[in-house]
Design a binder for this molecule. Sequence first.
Ligand SMILES: Nc1ncnc2c1ncn2[C@@H]1O[C@H](COP(=O)(O)OP(=O)(O)OP(=O)(O)O)[C@@H](O)[C@H]1O
Ligand SMILES: [Mg+2]
Length: 442
Amino acid sequence: MGLNKENILLVDDDIHILELIQRHLQSLNYHTYKAVSVIEAIEILKDKSIDLLITDLKMPGVDGLELVKYVSEHYPDIPKLVVTGYPSIDGALEAMKSGVMDYLTKPFTKEELRKAVIKSFKLKPKKKLLKDPLKRDEAVSYGEMIGKSEAIKKVTDVIERVKNNKATVFITGESGTGKELVARSIHYMGKFARAPFIAVNCGAIPENLLEAELFGYTKGAFTGANDNRNGFFQAANNGTLFLDEIGNASLATQLRLLRVLQEKEVTRVGSQKVEKVDVRVIAATNIDLKELINKGKFREDLYYRLTVVQIHVPPLRERIEDVSLLTEKFLFKYGVEYKDRLIKISPEALQVLERYSWPGNIRELENVIQRAVIMCDKEIEIKDLPEHIKYQIDFPKEDRLFTLKEIEKKHILKVLAATNNNKSQAAKILQIDRKTLSEKLK
Ligand SMILES: Nc1ncnc2c1ncn2[C@@H]1O[C@H](COP(=O)(O)OP(=O)(O)OP(=O)(O)O)[C@@H](O)[C@H]1O
Ligand SMILES: [Mg+2]
């Protein structure tokens, strides 16, 4: 028998069956991945290049049929083989309809499994899914980060370049754009991932304690210092220290930070002794440090030390093409968490999300989806979205100023879209009667 290089993903909540199938397939020279739940399976699908899915149907939580539908939608090239202990005609039929090519009833012999696998492969178009995060014209799935905009690809490009070295990285971006996620990705995608990642919110620690927290202190250094204590720098040794909201550090702390970055050594509060540390520093802010520098509140020399490599995470409104992917991610997350199933969104509701300006960025989108999943039945519709999102008036980006008539027309069309062309409802929102609306539409 030749060497099969195909990757097979096995999904079953019964670990014994998983191992049994795995043994059979390994002896047939297939490479296998195991998952005991649909959620785990989807994580693997995102990460690995899979050539065949073998899944159980009845599983607690999200069941196998949902997984089959998910794979058909998101990975149409992956053939699916269903293994079931409950050969109910209905279940099997439904599975066939949703694109499963074959199914096997438990118990089965190794030979039956082999035949079913070969048959499934024959039915599939021979094409591997590429999972290269740097590949253009494709959605990026980089650790937890997803997106398909050029902007997010640029961000992951830079992460690729810095993840394996200790260059200081400076991350800017509005609140909720994903700065911390970028910092974590740099650490966890790179070769120092096993060393600690320590996140410090410089704005949350009282100014007089920040130095001691960062650099450690010696016994008796100040009242309450009953022991020698390590600071965040010592704790993050060999790994990454993430200094969030760096603009909030006092000038005294800034001076000490500058020394650490220059000399790669720290001195504890209350001590003269220097200690070597090997830490990659990532700093982030959502305020304009240049402005703080002008006001004398931030050291310019520290600024240049910190900004060796800069990553700007653009606001969501500048990468609206990412909204659908992010929505899908949150739908999955909260669908499983609250409803034990995959929740969908109607195309009209998605359109509304894509028209909104997202001042709170990805965090706001996540909250909106989380709430809508709770409020909806199977699918999020426009009615499940918050009022301010449904009816937001977006001001024209063009320089030209619009006439009242033009604005009126735009607004009417917008409300109509938001109500799925329901004229009575639109008239109600616009506080005009239906007849007036019809006339205006003419
Ligand atoms: N590209 C992305 N793909 C998937 N999830 C994302 C992405 N960017 C951000 N998120 C999610 O959005 C939320 C907000 O991200 P994060 O906390 O990193 O933002 P932030 O810029 O640090 O915000 P703040 O300035 O308010 O601290 C998190 O739940 C994060 O996982
Ligand atoms: Mg943050």
